[in-house]
Design a protein around this ligand. Structure first.
Ligand code: 6PG
Length: 245
């Protein structure tokens, strides 16, 4: 059974992609704040989201949102210090937190200052004291991973924990990540992907008869799943079967 996204949004350029995705996030956030007085979001790591966070925090949209009513979490983290070049927290700090007035105690970094299993348990404990995160933002790797849900890793079959430590052989490093159990109990998830280097994996995900081989296809939030991509990431799929978008 081929994989299908609830909502697939394709933008001509990467700049338009970031603007459209930022607009969607702000729209949803404003709606959450209007309905219940607060909004929470788990941030994706890697390189793709950095310009999205800058668009959110410094673009025209940034003045529409009451950042003091927002809570920020992370979908995953590398086991490095929070000021390390590879840290997802460091990336979000320079592109988002340093430009908005969300109070520090509403920004929840994944701890990395102890054994990975201990840090994962601490984060799970923190999440258990908060309502489900409204929006989980995710990226995809060229192997179809998302967050730190990598192919052929133990975390993919984790059904009890909401946050788990996972050793990723191909990276020879530990990661901490939200599990499907947690992600799929959140209302919304947005998958953001950009660039020609993601073109092949996007085509494979949407055309294979075994989509379950790619961890990102296991993301099934309670309510809405949006894929946001630019033309560069979509073009291989378009060549195979022009899809309604
Ligand atoms: C991470 C991310 C990871 C990322 C993909 C894509 O910590 O690396 O959470 O899942 O989203 O690897 O990374 P790029 O955006 O750098 O291509």
């Amino acid at each position: 059974m081929p994989y299908r996204a609830d909502h697939l949004v394709v933008l001509d350029t990467t700049s338009q992609l970031y603007t459209e995705c930022a607009k969607k996030i702000v729209e949803y956030a404003m709606n959450c704040i209007k309905q219940k007085g607060h909004f929470s979001m788990a941030l994706a790591g890697g390189s793709t989201p950095e310009k999205l966070y800058l668009e959110l925090s410094t673009g025209a949209l940034s003045r529409q949102l009451d950042w003091t009513k927002c809570q920020f979490y992370f979908g995953d983290e590398r086991m490095v210090a929070h000021d390390h070049a590879d840290s997802n927290f460091a990336m979000a700090k320079r592109s988002l937190f340093d430009h908005i007035d969300t109070p520090d105690d509403q920004i929840h970094a994944i701890p990395t200052d102890a054994d990975a299993e201990i840090c994962a348990a601490r984060y799970a404990q923190l999440l258990s004291t908060h309502p489900p995160i409204d929006l989980v933002l995710l990226g995809i790797g060229e192997d179809g991973h998302t967050a730190s849900l990598f192919p052929d890793t133990t975390i993919l079959t984790e059904t009890d924990k909401t946050v788990a430590a996972v050793y990723v052989d191909k990276l020879a490093s530990w990661r901490i990540s939200l599990t499907y159990r947690y992600i799929n109990h959140c209302p919304h998830a947005y998958i953001l992907t950009a660039g020609a280097n993601k073109c092949e994996i996007v085509k494979q995900i949407f055309t294979t008869d075994k989509p379950e081989q790619f961890p990102v296809t296991g993301v099934r939030p309670e309510d809405k799943l949006y894929w946001f991509m630019d033309e560069a990431a979509y073009q291989c799929l378009q060549q195979v079967s022009p899809m309604e978008t």
